[in-house]
Design a protein around this ligand. Structure first.
Ligand code: AFP
Length: 312
């Protein structure tokens, strides 16, 4: 083996080894590993089904594609066999379902295929997972122990946080998740912004906030997929994603349990912030599985600035 090959080998750290070295509790690291492996199956299904889209309605009345259901079934069935999970809550289901014997430690929430309406466009999409130790009907700060998301793009990447920073892994050609960015830390301020919702529906304070970012030279980055848009903010080490309260839907569009809590957990671990404009997302109590919330998530400076505009 040449010297450069040795160097390469020496620096490869796979997901299991990383979590073991970080001192993450054994069942939690096995669970995170199993979920990351499911990302491979989901991605294979995306490849298989791309462009063979069948229309369904999901429980919230939005268009649902068959792939959402497949991803949801993959997750539920595998979690059922894991031995670590008692309950599973999914964006594709109306209520929390029992998947264990009741004595297991963890409850898993999933947005099995976020951004599925982008599948036919060949843009990146993803899977978002939250892991809770107590009831999900609480605030995330009390119940969450870990979160992760997979991005299915030109590469399959995975970012996890389990209380010891946020770390990115890339699925390599051998099918291993290999560490690519350890302990990701956002700068206090970024230079990109992703504003959801139509401008004409934004409340005045939100419009003024966005105009301030535009005036300050922030560049627009919005794909219509929460996972790649958040991933961009994290990987570029700063910026802001927002889906605000809209005039006709004061709770915005995105769901606390399946989308916002896991990303807020990861963002905080990466040194960023996530609020509903006033309160930290992780301090908002969940009372219903389908509960939505406005969101301002990203580097601390922009999230704080949003709060200033909204409370003015
Ligand atoms: P789909 O899963 O229906 O594609 O919705 C994606 C999403 O929930 C989230 O990933 C995006 O950030 C957001 O909706 C985009 O919403 P708009 O289409 O209103 O911009």
């Amino acid at each position: 083996m040449s010297e450069s090959e040795q160097d390469y080998t020496r620096h490869l750290v796979d997901l299991r080894r990383h979590m073991w070295m970080a001192g993450i509790e054994v069942e939690l690291r096995r669970l995170i590993w199993q979920i990351a492996v499911m990302g491979k199956y989901i991605s294979a299904k995306i490849q298989e089904s791309n462009r063979k889209l069948a229309g369904f309605k999901n429980v919230y009345g939005e268009e649902q594609l068959a792939l959402d259901r497949i991803a949801d079934e993959i997750l539920k069935n595998k979690l059922q066999q894991s031995g670590f999970v008692k309950e599973y809550a999914s964006e594709e289901r109306e209520s929390v379902v029992n998947v264990g014997q009741g004595k297991e430690q963890y409850i898993v929430t999933a947005d099995p295929l976020d951004g599925s309406s982008l599948v036919d466009t060949n843009l990146a999409i993803g899977t978002i997972i939250g892991i809770h130790k107590s009831s999900v009907f609480d605030c995330g700060r009390n119940s969450m122990v870990a979160a992760l998301y997979m991005t299915y793009g030109p590469l399959i990447t995975m970012i996890y946080a389990a209380g010891k920073g946020a770390h990115e892994f890339v699925l390599d050609r051998e099918g291993e998740y290999v560490l690519s960015e350890e302990n990701i830390k956002l700068k206090d301020k970024g230079s990109i912004f992703s504003p959801g919702g139509l401008r004409k529906d934004w409340p005045d304070a939100h419009l003024q906030f966005i105009e301030k970012l535009e005036h300050d030279g922030y560049k627009l980055r919005y794909s219509g997929g929460f996972v790649p848009d958040i991933n961009q903010v994290i990987i570029k080490r700063g910026g802001l994603f927002t889906y605000p309260a809209l005039k006709k839907s004061p709770q915005g569009k995105l769901r606390l349990l399946f989308e916002l809590q896991p990303m807020a957990f990861i963002m905080e671990q990466a040194g960023g912030r996530a609020t509903d404009g006033r309160k930290d997302i992780l301090d908002v109590k969940v009372t219903q599985v389908n509960q939505c919330s406005p969101v301002y998530i990203g580097s601390a400076s922009e999230v704080t600035l949003a709060g200033n505009f909204l409370s003015a």
